[in-house]
Design a protein around this ligand. Structure first.
Ligand SMILES: *Cc1c(COP(=O)(O)O)cnc(C)c1O
Length: 452
């Protein structure tokens, strides 16, 4: 073990040094991949030096998601305290289902859940757990909503046509999960949005009424706190009133923007979140922990127990229910994703987490200012979002982004809204400063000058 820990350090140092020099790795074309790197799995043991060379080749050629040139997805940066927690989770290798196996880690996780519960505005009867990502925490919410509507579905399955509602800009996990849960993706109603990509509450109510008239059974509404492309926040409070009126389960998908919970300045974007039945948040997006760290909260934990608990005498043998979170889990074995959140939170405090989030909005404001002051750019996104959607000199966004990747200049992606395609810059890397955002635009401009 000592030898491999030393090797880990050696590889880490090499990677960190190379990341500074080469923030974007030159991608290996897929057709050359298996000839370029030694990825083969041999019949016999590999000699140490060959093993180390193969491993380094693999690591050093992997896309760099933590550098100042990575703007491609809704995560980025590297927080060393959070990383420390992640490494220790792997070293300890606990499974978070029982107090017997997880020990104090169960209590640590519980405190994270309780803090978040209080911040959302739920009461003591609320509960929560972690799952492998935002798609899965959304799935858990949808399953709870289904079972809350009809307790018998757990036994007999879905026999009615149940309908659920989400905006046309919401995450694809909503229709995908609808297939898994027996509701069917044809029964997902995509509610229209306004020009800012926010759900239109009138259209939500119209769709609910139409379904009722047609004999369908509405049961669930998902609102999104920061949509994936534009970063729009649905009007949670108004949607909550509709859900109350029609007695529908109300979930907020806060995978991306739920972290504004931590800042007084942007908390208003979640106004009315206490009206929800469930709420999900990814700490691996705006808060910057390593992948994955996704929390689901339920206003009343009885729903978590109803939907997810299962008898398992070989597993649940000791301690009270509350300290055996395996009873409310989607999984059996569950890795300790909470520790990296705890190491981060413990080290910077709740206010520090708020500053992390505010800094990203600040960088986004800078980026929007830059675009507004430069006539070669067209801006498509709005304030109060860390997604900056734009085009440059009318160059097709997909061609520009793909070329930037091929030439190892920048990692940035493109998106669509109402038939327009644009580049989506996400200022989610807390380690970036204003000059890094200016640097992004300058790199892009120089690149476009040469290649287009
Ligand atoms: C990222 C995202 C998800 C999915 O989360 P994963 O952890 O990637 O599965 C769900 N909803 C929204 C709004 C997201 O941005």
């Amino acid at each position: 073990m000592q030898k491999d820990l030393a090797l880990f350090n050696e590889i880490a140092q090499e990677l960190l040094a190379d990341e500074v020099k080469n923030p974007v790795v030159r991608p290996i074309p897929i057709e050359e991949l298996f000839d370029t790197l030694d990825l083969s799995l041999p019949e016999e043991a590999t000699k140490d030096e060959d093993f180390i060379a193969a491993l380094k080749g693999l690591v050093l050629n992997t896309p760099r998601t933590t550098t100042k040139h990575f703007f491609n997805q809704l995560f980025g940066g590297r927080n060393s305290r959070a990383m420390l927690g992640e490494l220790l989770s792997a070293l300890l290798n606990n499974s978070m289902y029982t107090y017997k196996v997880g020990g104090p880690m169960i209590g640590m996780e519980k405190l994270i859940i309780n803090k978040l519960r209080d911040m959302v505005g739920y009461g003591e009867e609320a509960g929560g757990t972690l799952a492998t990502g935002g798609s899965m925490t959304n799935f858990m919410a949808m399953l709870m909503g289904r079972d809350a509507f009809d307790k018998g579905i757990k036994g007999k399955g879905v026999s009615q046509t149940m309908t659920l509602y989400t905006s046309s800009e919401s995450h694809y996990s909503i229709p995908k999960n609808a297939t898994f849960m027996g509701v069917g993706r044809d029964n997902v109603r995509f509610v229209r949005t306004n020009e800012r990509g926010e759900m239109l509450v009138e259209d939500l109510e119209a769709k609910i009424q139409e379904d009722i008239t047609n004999g369908f059974i509405p049961f669930f509404v998902n609102a999104t706190a920061s949509t994936t492309v534009l970063g729009a926040f649905d009007p949670i409070s108004e949607i909550g009133d509709i859900c109350h009126k029609y007695k529908l389960w109300f979930h907020v998908d806060g995978a991306f923007g739920g972290s504004v919970l931590f800042t007084d300045k942007y908390r208003h974007l979640l106004k009315g979140v206490e009206k929800t039945d469930s709420f999900s948040i990814n700490a691996h997006k705006m808060l910057g922990t390593p992948l994955a760290c996704s929390v689901i909260l339920a206003k009343d934990k009885k729903h978590l127990y109803h939907t997810f608990s299962n008898k398992a005498s070989y597993l649940f043998q000791m301690h009270e229910e509350d300290f055996n979170p395996g009873k409310i889990s989607l999984q059996c074995g569950r890795r300790n994703d909470a520790l990296k959140f705890w190491t981060l939170w413990k080290s910077v405090g709740t206010n520090g987490l708020g500053r992390i989030v505010e800094h990203q909005f600040h960088l986004a404001d800078m980026a929007r200012d830059y675009i507004r002051n430069h006539p070669d750019y067209t801006l498509y996104s709005f304030d109060d979002s860390v997604c900056i959607c734009f085009n440059y000199k009318g160059i097709p966004a997909d061609e520009l982004c793909n070329r930037l990747y091929d030439e190892a200049a920048l990692m940035v992606g493109f998106g669509n809204f109402r038939g327009v395609q644009f580049i989506r810059l996400v200022t989610i890397n807390y380690g970036n400063q204003t000059e890094d955002i200016i640097g992004f635009f300058e790199t892009l401009e120089e690149f476009a000058e040469i290649h287009f």
